[in-house]
Design a protein around this ligand. Structure first.
Ligand SMILES: Nc1nc2c(ncn2[C@@H]2O[C@H](COP(=O)(O)OP(=O)(O)O)[C@@H](O)[C@H]2O)c(=O)[nH]1
Ligand SMILES: [Mg+2]
Length: 299
């Protein structure tokens, strides 16, 4: 199992390690701010978040009389952490909790759902999976394989069938078997973007009618390699469904982990879980502290 620190190696080597170097020994001057800004933007933090961060650091440097770069580094760690919303405890304490998982094709939804099922089972929960990506039969098969691997029932429907009814059936099945969690997989691509968003809205609506306050969590799965495009994707999904958290898949191998900072800052969404490989154990709850340490290197 790769740790968050290990998984951020490429991101650290690509850019963030240079920030730690920039803020080595010496005094802060105009170049410091310009170089820092350039590195943040290069590090997929995004222009808006980078500028806000620099502004905040400049304010603190002047208010707190910080003139050495080494002292700025400590403040930077604090401010990076502050960009990431801590998030309330997961809202899954229900007799039947429903989790809806959305995201573009290939982002890592189905894989993450297999890992989530194993994670929640270890916590003693009885999980049912809903293969509501009916657009492709292969997608349902893939979830069925995960279901076998993690010993969890998977409810499917006919190819091209109504995804909402798969979610509905899975809830009914879960109630009959006294399961306490349903995780719903969805399509990431349809004939048109509009169709996809309309479908996701419908699934959300059908679930809400069937179970009080459901879906209790809606996680958007983002591929950590997409960088700033992930932010645009997130905004599109937010227009259709009530996304409550992010699963950051494929952090292993990505050099663009800095994107998480702008998702936290600009969308206020907490990252809940991180995928660090293709296996069931390559998955862990997000840890802000470990993330910032992984970006900059050890303090
Ligand atoms: N290295 C790595 N690969 C992953 C991770 N999560 C998913 N994948 C791979 O990404 C590809 C797409 O994943 P899939 O779950 O099918 O995406 P979906 O289309 O959103 O359901 C598959 O080949 C997965 O094995 C991860 O955390 N790390
Ligand atoms: Mg899938």
């Amino acid at each position: 199992m790769k740790s968050i620190f290990e998984s951020l190696r490429k991101t650290r080597n690509a850019v963030f390690g240079q920030i730690a170097q920039l803020l080595g020994a010496g005094d802060i001057d105009n170049d410091t701010w310009e170089d820092l800004e350039a590195l943040l933007i290069q590090g997929d933090v995004g222009v808006e978040t980078s500028l806000a961060l620099i502004e905040r650091l400049r304010q603190r440097a002047s208010a707190e009389g910080i003139y050495r770069t080494a002292d700025l580094q400590k403040v930077l760690r604090e401010e990076l952490r502050a960009l990431l919303p801590e998030g309330e405890p997961l809202n899954l304490d229900w007799p039947l909790a429903v989790l809806l998982i959305v995201g573009v094709n290939g982002s890592g939804k189905t894989t993450s759902i297999g890992k989530l099922a194993a994670y929640f089972k270890r916590q003693g929960r009885k999980v049912v999976l809903a293969a509501a990506d009916t657009f492709r039969a292969a997608a349902m098969d893939q979830l069925a394989v995960w279901g076998q691997r993690v010993d969890t029932p998977v409810i499917t429907g006919p190819e091209g069938g109504d995804p909402s009814s798969v979610a509905y059936d899975a809830i009914q099945y879960a109630e009959a078997r006294k399961a306490d969690m349903v995780i719903v997989d969805t399509a990431g691509r349809l004939h048109t973007h509009h169709n996809l968003m309309a479908e996701l809205e419908k699934i959300q609506r059908v679930i809400a009618k069937r179970v009080a306050w459901a879906p209790h969590e809606t996680f958007l799965v983002l591929d950590a390699n997409t960088g700033q495009n992930g932010l645009i994707q997130a905004q599109q999904f937010l227009n259709a469904v009530k996304v409550s958290g992010i699963i950051l898949a494929k952090l292993d191998g990505s050099a663009k982990g800095g994107m998480v900072l702008s998702i936290g800052h600009q969308l206020g969404l907490p990252v809940r879980f991180v995928g660090t490989g293709e296996h069931v154990e390559d998955f862990m709850p997000f840890d802000r502290e470990a993330f910032v340490q992984g970006l900059l290197g050890q303090p």
